[in-house]
Design a protein around this ligand. Structure first.
Ligand code: MUC
Ligand code: MG
Length: 370
């Protein structure tokens, strides 16, 4: 069970349909595949999707910090010393996505070593999650058509609508068009990625007050705690903290301070270990959680699925498990299949995924292609 090597492999897979939102856009999945090797020949895998506009991490930075800073501190530990690995990585501030890919790859290797699924190791609550799909910026008719396609093809009936453009009516018109088209047959919520001011957010929420929103997420700047508290105080739907809660300590501050009333758990940002802490904290505080997506590929989505299936509260609402549908390809031998609006837990040990060596050879950008 001893960790002998950690690899950080940069790869790039183009998007078929780019995702555009208030704080950035994604056209190519320039991610890092992390592999943790043990002396038993077991290999744990996970994916780090850098979001430079949110956390300041880049693909090259993630490779460098793993190779130069984290791997040397973790090689030699056993798979059971996850808290030691986390403690050592926590000495370095930031770099959430790099740390979390290592954390999840260690859990994957542990599950494979013990012949059990990570989802069972964590909590083993359910075998499936309902899927929510994110709709990036576009014209109302295009976004309605996209939602209809997702519903027809995959049975998805929950949509997170990206908002945060100016004037706010650009976005409220989209949500109105979706509600008019689908009536009560779909669940809708909005995510501003910090694009609006608190006052703009309040105005937009008033304009959408008849549209039966499930949640509102991170509508205004993450560091404007007082503005957000003012907004949350007048928002009748649960207000999800996302970018404002990168750590469990941030969750405590935001919830107790009244500037959020629900939490987005992203395994890309808090791994399995700190996502457990956020989950337990949310349970104790009596607030709801949604399993989010850091625009992960299929490897990252499988991690979200494994964690989401582990607990009651994380599988209660639809999880954001479908961003990979917009990618032109991926790395798994068995692609994830969304059917009837659900993703079922993967049958294998660990996270339950296998990396296709030919696909990795094709998409990795650190080696000459033969
Ligand atoms: C989301 O929920 O905000 C966009 C940026 C990011 O880090 O995650 C996505 C989705
Ligand atoms: Mg968000």
């Amino acid at each position: 069970m001893k960790i002998t090597r950690i690899e950080a492999i940069p790869f790039a897979i183009p998007y078929r349909k780019p995702l555009v939102f208030a704080s950035g856009e994604v056209r190519v999945a320039s991610h890092v595949l992390v592999r943790v090797h043990t002396d038993d020949g077991v290999v744990g895998v996970a994916e780090a999707p850098p979001r430079p506009f949110t956390y300041g991490e880049t693909q090259r930075g993630i490779v460098a910090v793993i190779e130069d800073v984290f791997a040397p501190q973790i090689v030699g530990l056993t798979l059971l010393e996850r808290e030691v690995a986390g403690d050592r990585m926590a000495r370095t501030i930031g770099n959430p996505t790099a740390k979390c890919a290592i954390d999840m790859a260690i859990w994957d290797a542990l599950g494979k070593t013990l012949d059990v699924s990570v989802s069972d190791l964590l909590g083993g609550f359910t075998n499936r999650m309902k899927v929510s799909h994110m709709l990036g910026f576009d014209e109302p008719a295009v976004m309605v058509a996209e939602a209809q396609k997702m519903r027809d093809t995959y049975g998805i009936t929950t949509f997170k609508v990206k908002v945060g453009r100016r004037p706010v009516t650009l976005d409220t018109a989209v949500v109105r068009a979706l509600r008019a088209h689908f009536g009560g047959e779909v669940e809708l919520y909005v995510d501003g990625n910090r694009g609006w001011s608190p006052a703009e957010s309040a105005r937009a929420m008033r304009e959408m007050s008849d549209l039966d929103l499930l949640f509102a997420e991170e509508l205004c700047p993450a560091d404007d705690v007082l503005g957000r508290r003012w907004l949350v105080g007048q928002t009748p739907v649960p207000f999800i903290a996302d970018e404002s809660v990168p750590t469990p300590a941030d969750v405590t501050r935001e919830i107790l301070g009244g500037s959020a009333t629900a939490i987005n758990i992203k395994t890309a940002r808090t791994g399995f270990t700190n996502s457990q802490r956020v989950h337990h904290l949310a349970d104790g505080l009596g607030i709801e959680v949604v399993m989010g997506n850091q625009i992960d590929g299929q490897v990252g989505s499988a991690c979200t699925l494994a964690f989401g299936c582990a607990y009651s509260s994380t599988s209660h609402y639809a999880g954001e498990l479908s961003n990979f549908l917009d990618m032109s390809d991926d790395l798994l031998t068995e692609p994830l299949q969304i059917r009837g609006g659900f993703l079922h837990r993967l049958p294998g040990n660990g996270i339950g995924i296998e990396i296709d060596p030919d696909k990795l050879a094709h998409y990795r950008i650190d080696q000459e292609r033969s």
